[in-house]
Write a protein that binds this ligand. Structure first.
Ligand code: ADP
Ligand code: MG
Length: 335
């Protein structure tokens, strides 16, 4: 196994923190005091803590000036292990506006440099599978789905957006959502085309007032099958690249109806995810996968031999400090 070095004492779970830079036109002082390798210190107003500052430790912390390429280079070994038959899950967690979509997909005005983890991961898989062409024959295919209000939808369709899909674990063909489109890909231009379709379909569900994409989880799943040219043995690996719904708490006194229902679903599924990862990190004998669609979907890629990476995102503004602290606490619990 060539790329099986991605392990540390905690096993197969890693947590990286990324701090978004201030956006153009924002003039403020940051809540982040210092970043030093895996440690981040933030200012904590007296409302949140007796101390003026608190330090959190992760596998790595990326400051506001970290480039997409830098962030990806630390992720690369994990992605490469998919070719060796490992299952991998990469999550982007954080409040709305903290940079989840930027990390996974990139900004709206995309170019080669600003491409996120999704595109880089696939282009790396293409590159490596080409390099190993004499030994292995690889087939790569993707699915893209969305979980909204605990309902699963296919994002790679040209119509019929409202069809609800079932999750089936341990299915024969190893697809957890067998009825979602599975599209073979062989080049980065295939990937760009599919991501555009997925993006468009996410937007279709958005109402005029609210950006729905921040209230659903989207998951790009990459299925890799490699046949050993000499022995004929087949290796299968899969990778889930997940842009989670915004983790912000909504004030129950201020929202009602549809918005409250959404918030409750998000809350429930993010807690279920936290519970699963925390159980795995603590090597607990019971891992509560059944509590949400998200954890059911990812079950075979969380725990066991699978490798998990959580990017937790924080916004640097003082306004966001409450959410920043709760994000860092969530991350601390799962790391
Ligand atoms: P989220 O998906 O968490 O709601 P976004 O990824 O949409 O957040 O980021 C919010 C805004 O901040 C976007 O305009 C995005 O382009 C910008 N942004 C986020 N992270 C970065 C970064 N690391 N560098 C530059 N701009 C960023
Ligand atoms: Mg987003």
């Amino acid at each position: 196994k060539l790329y099986n070095q991605v392990q540390d004492l905690k096993g197969n779970i890693r947590v990286y923190c990324r701090v978004r830079p201030f956006l153009p036109g924002q003039l403020c002082s940051s809540t982040v005091c210092s970043i030093d390798d895996g440690n981040i210190s933030i200012i904590t107003p007296s409302k949140y803590s007796k101390e003026a500052q608190r330090t959190f430790s992760f596998n790595k912390v990326f400051g506001p000036s970290a480039s997409q390429a830098e962030v990806f280079s630390d992720t690369q070994p994990l992605i490469r292990s998919v070719l060796d038959g490992y299952n991998v899950c990469i999550f982007a967690y954080g409040q709305t506006g903290s940079g989840k979509t930027f990390t996974m997909s990139g900004p709206k005005d995309l170019n080669e440099q600003s491409q996120g983890v999704n595109y880089r991961a696939l282009s790396d898989l293409f590159f490596l599978s080409e390099q190993r062409r004499d030994m292995f024959c690889y087939e790569i295919a993707v699915q893209m789905i969305e979980i909204y209000n605990e309902q699963v939808r296919d994002l790679l369709v040209s119509d019929g957006l409202n069809k609800r899909l079932e999750i089936r674990n341990n299915s024969q063909n190893r697809l957890n959502v067998p009825s979602a489109n599975l599209v073979p890909v062989s080049s980065t231009s295939d990937v760009i085309e599919l991501m555009n379709i997925g993006q468009k379909n996410r937007a279709v569900g958005a109402t005029a007032l609210n950006d729905r994409s921040s209230r659903s989880h989207s998951c790009l799943t990459v299925h890799v099958q490699g046949r050993d040219m000499t022995s004929g043995a087949v290796l299968r690996g899969c990778m889930h690249l997940v842009d989670l719904a915004g983790s912000e708490r909504v004030d129950k006194s201020e929202v009602t109806g549809e918005r409250l229902k959404e918030a409750q679903h998000i809350n429930k599924s993010l807690s279920a995810l936290g519970d699963v990862i925390a159980a795995l990190a603590q090597k607990s004998s019971h891992v509560p996968y059944r509590n949400s669609k998200l954890t059911q979907l990812l079950q075979d890629s969380l725990g066991g031999q699978a490798k998990t990476l959580m990017f937790v995102h924080i916004s640097p503004e003082m306004d966001a400090i409450g959410e920043t602290i709760s994000t860092l606490k969530f991350a601390e619990r799962v790391s």
